[in-house]
Ligand binder design. Structure first.
Ligand SMILES: CCCCCCCCCCCCCC(=O)SCCNC(=O)CCNC(=O)[C@H](O)C(C)(C)COP(=O)(O)OP(=O)(O)OC[C@H]1O[C@@H](n2cnc3c(N)ncnc32)[C@H](O)[C@@H]1OP(=O)(O)O
Ligand SMILES: CCCCCCCC/C=C\CCCCCCCC(=O)OC[C@@H](O)COP(=O)(O)O
Length: 271
């Protein structure tokens, strides 16, 4: 072929490659949401038949339905510290929060009778919102601290009355900056009010396979480290700040230890 014809093709090639990985990023994200919506649609009647309404036991349905989703995206989930979840009765799980993909790791280790605290907007997310409501997910209004606090106080009572475990994301929002955000206090007030232990769970950085800004979504490994429980018996609201600081420091150390050192999406690590 004439060299003159080859040149535009050669120039076009990197553009095509770039477009295809960006295209793949959006395609996978779209597929993830659509598949979860479909799973929820199928799960809703199962939940209704099983328990007739809103019940934490419906979390088993979500857990069973979501387990295979990681295979679509070539994601491996390696769990360590299983023994730390073998605690009888209620406890609060706290974990870092990078993306909606966290649901995959969460369903890998979710203990029985464990539901979660979520932003109230999620209840409007179509079939996903409805199945979340059916599974006893506690919705909070992050824009109204007083409302959020009273919902969390009710949750502390419900935890004890109904022997429920609660999973909270103390960063309060998704974060992929290569480090943990400072923790909000709600999870620690919750554990202290209910006088139940805290089990910290750390997801390794997704930056080696998933970069939101750069539109990269490849296959990869998520390491999930379950840390030893932290007792709160005898603690009062005075102890909440030090409890939060201790949890943050333990989780940050674990996060840096299990995460590959890779280029960060939003600048360098903040120390
Ligand atoms: C098949 C289908 C599949 C479906 C998938 C299903 C899975 C779904 C998974 C879904 C995953 C979805 C995941 C998600 O959606 S993540 C987003 C939603 N989750 C959270 O935000 C949880 C973490 N946030 C908190 O805990 C916050 O603290 C809250 C929201 C409670 C308030 O935040 P806010 O920013 O408004 O206030 P502040 O934290 O600055 O606190 C202000 C002051 O109040 C004090 N205070 C705080 N709390 C309490 C309390 N309880 N009792 C007494 N006092 C309390 C606190 O010490 C502070 O005082 P001081 O210390 O400065 O004096
Ligand atoms: C009426 C249709 C609306 C469509 C909305 C689509 C909702 C997503 C649906 C399926 C995705 C799979 C389930 C994911 C559930 C996890 C949700 C999540 O991770 O919420 C983010 C929240 O933690 C923090 O929010 P911000 O980072 O503060 O923002």
């Amino acid at each position: 072929m004439d060299v003159v014809w080859m040149l535009p093709l050669l120039l076009l090639f990197p553009l095509l490659m770039w477009t295809s990985s960006t295209f793949l990023f959006y395609f996978k994200k779209f597929f993830y949401v659509a598949w979860m919506m479909l799973l929820a649609l199928l799960g809703i009647p199962v939940c209704l038949l099983k328990s007739g309404g809103r019940d934490v036991e419906n979390m088993r349905v979500i857990r069973a339905m979501v387990r295979h989703v990681k295979y679509f995206f070539g994601l491996r989930i390696e769990v360590s510290g299983w023994e730390h979840l073998q605690t009888v009765g209620p406890y609060v799980i706290i974990s870092n929060h990078q993306s909606s993909l966290d649901v995959l790791g969460m369903m890998e280790i979710l203990p029985d009778r464990c539901t979660t605290i979520a932003k109230k907007e999620l209840v409007y997310a179509g079939t996903v919102g409805l199945i979340c409501w059916l599974s006893g997910i506690v919705f909070i209004n992050r824009k109204k601290t007083s409302d959020a606090k009273s919902v969390m106080a009710d949750a502390a009572k419900t935890m004890l009355d109904q022997q429920i475990r609660l999973w909270v994301f103390p960063e309060g929002t998704r974060n992929q900056n290569g480090d943990l955000l400072p923790f909000k206090k709600g999870a620690f007030h919750l554990a202290v009010q209910a006088q139940v232990p805290i089990v910290p769970v750390v997801f390794s950085s997704y930056n080696s396979f998933y970069l939101r800004k750069e539109k990269q979504f490849n296959s990869g490994t998520i390491k999930l480290k379950i840390l030893p429980k932290i007792e709160t018996k005898g603690m009062t609201s005075e102890d909440v700040s030090s409890l939060s600081d201790l949890s943050h420091s333990l989780m940050r150390t674990a996060f840096l230890e299990i995460s590959d050192s890779v280029p960060q999406s939003n600048g360098p690590l903040k120390h």
